[in-house]
Design a protein around this ligand. Sequence first.
Ligand SMILES: C[S@@+](CC[C@H](N)C(=O)[O-])C[C@H]1O[C@@H](n2cnc3c(N)ncnc32)[C@H](O)[C@@H]1O
Length: 313
Amino acid sequence: MAQQLNRAASVSTGHRPVMLDAALDALNVQPEGHYVDATFGRGGHSRALLARLGGEGRLVAFDRDPEAVAAGMQLAAADSRFQMRRGNFADIADELPAASVNGILFDFGVSSPQLDQAERGFSFLRDGPLDMRMDPDGGQSAAEWLAQVSETELADVIYTYGDEKYSRRIARAIVARRSEEPFTRTVELAEFIASVLPRSHDGIHPATRAFQAIRIAINSELQAIERGMDAAHVLLAAQGRLVTISFHSLEDRLVKQFIARHSRAPQGSRRLPPAASAALTLRDLGKQRASDEEVAANPRSRSAVMRVAERLA
Ligand SMILES: C[S@@+](CC[C@H](N)C(=O)[O-])C[C@H]1O[C@@H](n2cnc3c(N)ncnc32)[C@H](O)[C@@H]1O
């Protein structure tokens, strides 16, 4: 633990929370309520939520990143209403009693400290080991995954998770090159991808989409969101709020489909109100984007989409 705290203290970069006030308003924070922050990061949302809680209110936060957890442990030591737990939000239904929570926040994706620290291996601009794991103590690093993934799976991942039209070309080139020398460094991989692609004219680094895709794959990010939504469904008490902030369409689509599944009568059954409406367990409260002012001040908020739903009794 001491080592974790030191690692957190050495982090110079913070994380500017996205849609902070909007997310807290959407959670409809009750001073004595019980809340979950499923993605603590550096605790921007958690701290603001604690500021709205009274003495009997409680907040439990989760993160799978040990450095985020270390930062959360410091907050827990200073505020007895707050608990920090390390884990994947896919599993939070095992951590708390069913129907015990008045609001759950998910702020998906990676934090600024994860991107900014070269040694975490997320950035194609800062040279570091090719890691990209949010939890560096579990699963395969990006280097290990790239060393053994089949060409077909690699192409599919880069196409589906990166929306990269040159996915097959990139996958073929990576598989040919790795048999001579494995990829171990972020900048090495980024430069290699750039070298097999035509010159880009959109101002985006040519490796952007492939890096995003590899990150999503090795962290099983979309599978975690699907399970996290089901877990939230179990944990929310009646009138409890689900609030999600997504940064790309793959994340947002999963949340949208989840909310639709539980808030809309199946097509064709609208004329059968008793049976259909009895099965509905969520009320869709809509979506919102960051304000122009926030986008100007924090470019990361440009792609953010917040969705809100309320648990029905
Ligand atoms: C965008 S940051 C959250 C920032 C936070 N709201 C703040 O204000 O500091 C996302 C965080 O979620 C964590 N995370 C992503 N997927 C996760 C998962 N499946 N389980 C637990 N934590 C996850 C990441 O490690 C990262 O710290």
